[in-house]
Design a protein around this ligand. Structure first.
Ligand code: ADP
Ligand code: MG
Length: 379
C-alpha cells in the first residue's frame, strides 16, 4: 500500500494550502475552511450504487465533519456497507461523487485515499506476534525498522495494548484481538477510519465495554471515525452524529438525542427505540387533531384510572394488556380506549416481578408531558 498523498489542496478559489495529516497520537489537526465553512472530512453527493436490478444505495447526500464519530445505522440490507465501500474505494459508484477533505476521490483507487477500514471479520495472522501483525502493512511498504517499531508502539499504546507486542493473537481475548485490528489500521495514520460492524462478533458485555473504549480512543486520536452498525444502542452510545439508513436512503441525520427524541419519520421512530405511534382516531382523541405522533415509552407515567392530567400534560385511558419484567425496568403494553396501543417503561424502583405481573388487566391512565408528544412529518 502506497503512502497517501496529502499534498492535494481542496478545489475552489478560496482553498487554503495543504492540510496537515492528523498525527496519530497527537492533537487533531485543525479543520481547514473554505470561506469560513469547515471542509467536510467526507462529502457524499448524490451517491448511487446499482447491482443489476438491485439499487443498493439510492441517492445519498451526506457531510461528515473532521474529527467526528459518525455512525451509519440501519437494518441489514439498507446500504450501509456499500456506502462505506464507496468511501473506501472498493466499489465504484453508479452515480454521484465522493470527496475526502474537499478533494474528489471518486475515480481513485483505495490506496490513493487517506482512509483505512476495520472489518468485522478482521483476520489477524495467527502465527505472527501482535507487533508483527500491526506492523505488517508498514513492512510491505518498506518503512525502515526503527520507524516501524516506533509507530507500532504508538499504535498499541493508542489501543491500550502496550507490552502485548510479543504475544500471539491466540493468547489474547476477543476484545484485545479487536483492538489489535484497530491498531493495525491506526498505524497507517489515516485521516478517516471506516469501521464495518467491528464489534459484531463479540458477546454483549464485551461489546458494551468496547463501545465505550472505542469512543475514548477516537476522542484521543482525533481521527474521523465512520462506524457502520445495525445496533441502535451501539450507535446511540458512541456517536457524535448518526445517519439512519433505510432501503438505500438516509431517513435522518442528527445527534443521538435528536434522532431518538425527534424522529423525522415513522421508520426512524420504529427503528431507533420503540415506535409508539398514535394515529387516526386515537390522535384526534388524545392530541386533539389528526396526524402521526410518537411518545417515547420512558416519558409516560402509569397512573390510577381516575387521575386527571395537569395543564402541561396529555393523557389516555387504557387497559394493561401485557407485562414484561426486565429486571431494572418493567415494560407495559397498554391498549388505549381511543384505539391504539402504547408501550410504557417504568423503572422498578419499588416494584417486584410479582407486583409487576399482577398489573395485567388493570385499568390505568397514561400521563405524559405535552412536549414529549412528537409529530412525525409524513412524506
Ligand atoms: P447493509 O450493510 O446495510 O446490510 P449492503 O450495503 O451490504 O447493506 O447491501 C445493500 C443491498 O445491496 C442489499 O440488498 C444487498 O443484497 C445488495 N448488494 C450488496 N452488495 C452486492 C453485490 N456485490 N452484488 C449484488 N447485490 C449486492
Ligand atoms: Mg453491512
Amino acid at each position: 500500500m502506497a503512502p497517501a498523498d496529502h499534498e492535494h489542496a481542496p478545489a475552489g478559489p478560496a482553498a487554503p494550502g495543504p492540510i496537515a495529516a492528523a498525527q496519530a497520537g497527537g492533537a487533531p489537526a485543525a479543520a481547514a475552511t473554505v470561506a469560513g465553512e469547515p471542509i467536510a472530512a467526507v462529502r457524499l453527493e448524490g451517491l448511487v450504487k446499482r447491482y443489476g436490478e438491485v439499487t443498493a444505495v439510492d441517492g445519498v447526500d451526506l457531510e461528515i465533519r473532521e474529527g467526528e464519530f459518525f455512525s451509519m445505522l440501519g437494518p441489514s440490507g439498507s446500504g450501509k456497507t456499500t456506502t462505506l465501500r464507496m468511501i473506501a474505494g472498493f466499489e465504484v459508484p453508479s452515480a454521484g461523487r465522493v470527496l475526502l477533505h474537499g478533494r474528489d476521490v471518486t475515480a481513485l483507487a483505495p490506496f490513493e485515499r487517506d482512509v483505512n477500514t476495520v472489518f468485522q471479520d478482521y483476520a489477524l495472522f495467527p502465527h505472527m506476534t501482535v507487533g508483527d501483525n500491526v506492523g505488517y502493512g508498514l513492512l510491505v511498504r518498506k518503512v525502515p525498522k526503527p520507524e516501524r517499531q516506533r509507530r507500532v508502539g504508538e499504535a498499541l499504546e493508542m489501543v491500550r495494548l502496550s507490552g502485548y507486542d510479543r504475544r500471539k493473537p491466540g493468547e489474547l481475548s476477543g476484545g484485545q484481538r479487536q483492538r489489535v485490528a484497530l491498531a493495525r489500521a491506526l498505524v497507517n495514520r489515516p485521516r478517516v477510519l471506516l469501521l464495518d460492524e467491528p464489534l459484531g462478533a463479540l458477546d454483549l458485555k464485551l461489546r458494551e465495554e468496547m463501545q465505550i473504549e472505542l469512543h475514548q480512543i477516537q476522542h484521543e486520536v482525533g481521527i474521523t471515525f465512520i462506524y457502520v452498525t445495525h445496533d441502535q444502542d451501539e450507535a446511540l452510545t458512541m456517536s457524535d452524529r448518526i445517519a439512519v439508513f433505510s432501503q438505500g436512503c438516509i431517513e435522518q441525520v442528527g445527534s443521538p438525542a435528536e434522532v431518538y427524541e425527534r424522529p423525522a419519520t415513522r421508520f426512524v421512530a420504529g427503528f431507533v427505540g420503540t415506535s409508539n405511534l398514535v394515529t387516526g382516531a386515537a390522535a384526534e382523541a388524545i392530541v386533539g387533531r389528526p396526524g402521526v405522533f410518537t411518545i417515547r415509552p420512558e416519558k409516560i407515567r402509569l397512573e390510577p384510572a381516575d387521575t386527571s392530567p395537569g395543564e402541561d400534560e396529555q393523557s389516555a385511558a387504557g387497559t394493561i394488556r401485557s407485562v414484561v419484567y426486565l429486571g431494572s425496568d418493567t415494560r407495559y403494553h397498554v391498549a388505549l380506549d381511543a384505539g391504539s396501543e402504547l408501550v410504557v417503561t417504568q423503572q422498578n424502583l419499588a416494584t417486584s416481578s410479582t407486583e409487576a405481573h399482577e398489573q395485567q388487566g388493570r385499568r390505568v391512565q397514561l400521563v405524559w408531558k405535552r412536549q414529549h408528544t412528537r409529530e412525525i412529518a409524513e412524506a
